[in-house]
Every structure is written in C-alpha cells, then in structure tokens.
Design a protein around this ligand. Structure first.
Ligand code: ADP
Ligand code: MG
Length: 329
C-alpha cells in the first residue's frame, strides 16, 4: 500500500463542510459533537456491499453519493435535520482514482446538506461502505413509523420504479432509449434524500417511512408499526414518463410496471400518513420544496394492504421484484 492509511484519510476524507457544532472531527480518537439544546439525536446506519447493493463496476462517485444518500434518507423519514456522518470504508486496495471519485460523490452531497464527516475507519478487504448519519430533531418531534391513523391520506413523494427498471435493464443487459436511460440510472445510483420534505412533514404528517425496499414492503412496515391497514389505488402511483418509456421498451405491461414500482425498491422517496385536514398544506409544501407528493390511498382501521385497480378490483402482488420482469401482457 503506497498510500498509508493516515495519508489516505488526510488526502481524501479531511474535506467537506465544517460545522461549529463539531468540536472535534477527524483526527482524534473520537469525534466530539454538540447537538443543539432541546434537541434529540437521530442516528441511522446503512452498509453498501459491492455486488450486493451496487455493481462492483459502478462509478465511484455514484457509490460515494449513494452511501451517504441512503442514510440521509433515513434521517429524512424521521423528520431530522442532518448534521454529521461517520464512514467505515473497506477497500481491496487504495486505488487513488476510485477514492477521488468516491470522495467527490460523497462530499458533493454532504455539502448540499451541510453534513460534516467527523470520523470513520479504514480497513482492507472486500469493497464495503458503511455510513452512519447523525441528525437532530426538536425533543419529542420525531416523525417515525408508528403514528398513522385510520382515515389518514397516504402521500408518496416524487416517483417510484425508476431504480427498479434501471436495475432490471442492467441485469438483462438491455439498452434503454438514451433519454429514459439517463433519468433511470440517475435515480438508481444517485437518489435524492428528501430531507426538506421530511422536516416540513413534522408539522402535518402523523407518520413517515422512506421507501428503500419497495413501496409495498415499506408501507407494510408503517402499517404494522401504526396498527392500521391501507387501501392503495394503483392508478395513482406516480410513474415518470421515463419509467413508462422504459417499461414500453422492455415489453412490460401496466400491471408488470405496477409490480415493479411496488416491489422494486431503491426509490428513496417518502411515504407519509397525513390527516385529511392537513392534506392541502402537505401538497403545497411538497410543491414549494420541489418535491411534489401524490395521494395514493388511505389508511383504514382494518389491517392489511389492499391494492386496488381503477375499476375497484383487487390486485395481488405475488412474489416481489424482478422475477416479474419477463412477464408480458
Ligand atoms: P483509531 O486507531 O484511534 O481508531 P484510526 O487510525 O482508525 O483511529 O483513525 C484516525 C482518525 O481518522 C480518526 O479520527 C478516525 O475517525 C478518522 N478516520 C479513519 N478512517 C476514516 C474514514 N474512512 N473517513 C473519515 N474519517 C476516518
Ligand atoms: Mg484510537
């Protein structure tokens, strides 16, 4: 290893935003951090393993972006303001070009959200990236999964299914039309954590979860935590023009596209349970923050998730994921 561990940390990771509330950052045995008075600390951690969570051939800058983004998405779902992050990096070898790309992606997103990297660990081994993000929230105001009530409207930010379509096309070695391909790949590799929306949602949402494993799976977590059920109207699922174009190109019919959008994952949008009397405010906040939200259903006292077509008939989501990719309709 030409580059010592110390040089590597100094060269690639001693950068990005500096915050006055980080009394000690990188370089000591531990970071010393000062959450504002009256705030609680929110902590989230996610690991990305090469060839499990991203292709080992993925662009380093995308890996750097995504490793931080997926953690910030968890903070967003809690309604937290992001502040600090730590990074555990396991590398097969210290490849300067890869490290430079990784750091560029990581710190561009960190700068966007004012997040300071305050420490970490660097080891040799199979490529694995673990990030822990730390944020704060006024005491008692965390959003969480458990507060949804029957009658709440189910709101979904942005659009879903693009990352799953990009993954499906990549696995099948299919070439998508360039305009759609660019959009889908951005959505897969460079998710945008919805931090501003999550913070705003503290004022009008009863509960929230970020969509990492697919709308159906993550909604099920929210329903279980809240002890409620839901009816979701498939025709309302927000699907982008790029997703529709890609689905057409891949020969996926409407129902196959719904399946993919519901069970594909990697969307990093927010699912929010909003009382009807706050719905207008929620929709206006989404628009104002450049992150429009779509009502996709409603919560019920009866448990379970009902998926409904426009004509009212029930839709069943058999086994999830890209198993359905070859389905033709
Ligand atoms: P120690 O041996 O005391 O655990 P290390 O030698 O592992 O310390 O790390 C030295 C300093 O560099 C620490 O402040 C640590 O938090 C930081 N650090 C190590 N690896 C990373 C990394 N990948 N990103 C950011 N900071 C790191
Ligand atoms: Mg030490």
């Amino acid at each position: 290893m030409a580059l010592s561990e110390f040089d590597l940390i100094r060269r690639y990771f001693s950068r990005g935003p500096r915050r006055p509330d980080a009394a000690i950052g990188i370089g000591d045995d531990g970071a010393v951090l000062r959450p504002p008075a009256g705030c609680e600390l929110v902590v989230a951690m996610d690991t990305l393993v090469a060839d499990v969570h991203f292709p080992a051939t993925a662009r380093a800058t995308d890996v750097g972006h995504k490793a931080l983004a997926v953690n910030l998405s968890d903070l967003a779902a809690m309604g937290a303001e992001a502040a600090w992050a730590t990074l555990a990096l396991t590398l097969p070898r210290p490849d300067p070009a890869w490290l430079e790309g990784f750091a560029a992606g990581f710190f561009a997103l960190a700068a966007e959200h004012g997040v300071q990297l305050v420490g970490g660990d660097t080891t040799r081994g199979p490529l694995t990236v673990t990030v822990q993000a730390h944020g704060f929230i006024p005491a008692g105001r965390a959003l969480g999964r458990a507060g949804a009530r029957p009658g709440d409207v189910l709101l979904l930010s942005g659009t879903v299914g693009e990352a799953a379509l990009a993954l499906a096309a990549w696995r099948e070695r299919r070439i998508l039309p360039p305009a759609a391909a660019g959009c889908l790949e951005r959505r897969w590799h460079r998710p945008s954590p919805r931090l501003a929306l999550g913070r705003a949602a503290r004022d009008w949402a009863h509960a929230a979860i970020d969509v990492s494993d697919g709308v159906a799976a993550d909604l099920a977590h929210l329903l279980e935590a809240s002890g409620v059920g839901a009816r979701l109207e498939l025709a309302r699922l927000p699907l982008s023009a790029a997703a529709r174009a890609a689905a057409a190109e891949l020969g996926l019919g409407q129902e196959a596209l719904w399946r993919l959008a519901l069970s594909g994952g990697d969307d990093y949008e927010l699912l929010l349970a909003v009382p009807p009397k706050r719905l207008e405010e929620a929709l206006a906040a989404g628009r104002a923050l450049g992150c429009p939200c779509t009502p996709i259903g409603a919560l019920s006292a009866a448990p379970g998730l009902q998926l409904q077509r426009k004509d009212g008939t029930a839709f069943s989501l058999a086994s999830p994921g890209y198993d359905h990719f070859r389905e033709r309709q």
